[in-house]
Design a protein around this ligand. Structure first.
Ligand code: PMP
Length: 302
């Protein structure tokens, strides 16, 4: 049985129950995160937990939550959760801080519960088969309506409907646009495009979530002398002229895009820079890279 962290204790998942009237269930008032751990033998590697938990705490603050744990304490809880589950396979880790008020009525009532659960999630294959993308019929929630760059559960109705719409129309992935019609991101992943030696990703002003994978890739691309890198507003017509397009995020890792709305991206296969990025990222997240040791926390799950 899976062990979860729930309201200060490690318990069997079946014991973690919430009342139907829970505020977060009714109004989407929970801050959450998505981390991964990669198993290599008896050790599991967690990628950038500090950055994930700092983002979680910032998002919790937007919901006026008072959280006693620090990012370092959350990281330690995560390691302990993996140890208690004797994790010998790749995992997704889902921390949640939710409004636990049971009084019906919108607002930001005081009272929150911290939970962390984990599910098996195998790493993506290498080489990674490229995906067929479509322009989403749903625009990304604008920052003027809700903090678009936050991982707050209520906002993910937008992502969920975008993904469902793309799949219902026979595509693998939606690409979401801003209200102004610029390229934003995938339903749960950031987007990069390659034009020759130039790499571009939508700017934070494109109502995107500031991804931790996006940040890692930006740093890596900026360290390559042969590449120029920018964060910019991208018109959809321009994206169709790219040599390579890929999505990136903790859950998705790095996913090449073969086509958008049936229009091939480059030659319609995983391009050379995307392929390099996939290999670089895999080394990094499995603790094999000689760089960025400070991004990795190793957990002994023997
Ligand atoms: N955009 C959205 C909307 C997401 O939900 C995610 C996943 N957290 C990302 C981008 C990628 O972020 P990260 O690289 O931090 O996982």
């Amino acid at each position: 049985m899976a062990i979860v962290y729930f309201d200060g204790e490690f318990v069997d998942e079946s014991a973690a129950r919430i009342p139907l009237s829970t505020h977060a269930l009714n109004y989407g008032t929970a801050a959450f995160e998505g981390l991964r751990s990669y198993a290599e033998g008896a050790r599991s590697f967690v990628f950038r937990p500090r950055e994930h938990y700092e983002r979680l705490l910032r998002n919790a603050e937007m919901l006026e939550m008072k959280v006693s744990q620090t990012a370092a304490e959350f990281t330690e809880l995560t390691s302990e959760l993996l140890r208690r589950n004797r994790c010998r396979e790749d995992r997704y880790i889902r921390p949640l801080i939710y409004k636990n008020s049971t009084r019906i009525g919108a607002g930001l009532p005081a009272g929150e519960t911290v939970a962390i659960l984990t599910q098996e999630m195998p790493r993506g294959p290498i080489p990674r088969p490229p995906a067929r993308a479509t322009w989403s019929k749903w625009r990304r929630t604008p920052a003027a309506a809700c903090p678009a760059g936050a991982k707050i559960t209520g906002l993910y109705v937008n992502s969920s409907m975008a993904r469902a719409d793309a799949i219902a129309r026979g595509y693998d992935q939606p690409i979401m646009l801003t209200m102004e019609g610029k390229v934003a991101e995938g339903y749960g992943a950031n987007l990069f495009a390659v034009f020759g030696n130039h790499v571009v990703t939508p700017a934070l002003e494109a109502d995107i979530l500031p991804g931790i994978t996006r940040d890692a890739l930006l740093r890596d691309f900026r360290s390559h002398p042969g590449l120029t890198v920018s964060e910019a507003m991208i018109a959809p017509e321009r994206l169709l002229e790219a040599d390579e397009v890929f999505l990136c995020g903790t859950g998705m890792e790095i996913l090449p895009i073969a086509s958008i709305e049936g229009h091939p991206v480059g030659s319609g296969v995983c391009g050379p820079l995307t392929s390099k990025a996939i290999n670089w990222y895999r080394e990094l997240i499995t603790g094999k890279s000689a760089h960025h040791h400070d991004w990795i926390v190793a957990v002994d799950c023997a």
